[in-house]
Design a binder for this molecule. Structure first.
Ligand SMILES: [Zn+2]
Ligand SMILES: [Zn+2]
Length: 167
């Protein structure tokens, strides 16, 4: 069997995605499996796209939670002097981003509606502690996804250059 890109070379592997035979030079590795350059390129494009969305969500969430937290502090310190109701409102603002993460990440954790409400209230009330943790965690994830995106972008450049050099 000859390589799909080099008619004068014998294939040493078959692409695990599309089945194309490839020579030693054309054989690429994707998650420990041998693939052809075209399938690697497609996978790279998809990964870059996914990681771009992932990192944007994490950074966006981190920013949103920070803004809610600051708003909560302002409401508490400025309006809290007038009425204790504003303390609760400030606490609520600080905890709301935390509630979003609760619904995002722990679906299925609490089986009953009452359990959901109970946990939700606790999440909001303890937002003053948990929200900063979530902000930091989202930042770390955002940076991690960004680094992974860079890796796939580099690989995409390499494989694209290789494909272009074939023609
Ligand atoms: Zn392939
Ligand atoms: Zn080849």
């Amino acid at each position: 069997m000859e390589c799909i890109n080099h008619k004068d070379r014998d294939a040493v592997a078959v692409c695990t995605i599309c089945g194309a035979p490839v020579c030693a030079e054309c054989a690429c590795t994707l998650n420990d499996a041998k693939v052809c350059p075209n399938c690697l390129q497609t996978a790279c494009i998809q990964n870059v796209k996914n990681l771009d969305v992932d990192s944007t969500i994490q950074f966006g969430y981190s920013l949103l939670a920070t803004l809610f937290y600051i708003a909560g502090i302002i409401v508490m310190s400025v309006l809290g002097k007038n009425s204790t109701g504003y303390y609760f409102l400030g606490l609520l603002l600080m905890g709301l981003p935390n509630l979003i993460s609760f619904f995002n990440r722990r679906v299925g954790f609490m089986a009953t509606i009452r359990g959901w409400i109970f946990m939700g209230i606790i999440q909001v009330l303890l937002g003053i502690i948990f929200t900063p943790i979530i902000v930091v965690r989202s930042l770390i994830y955002g940076i991690r996804f960004g680094k992974q995106k860079k890796y796939w972008e580099n690989l995409l450049n390499q494989v694209t250059n290789y494909i272009n050099s074939l023609h």
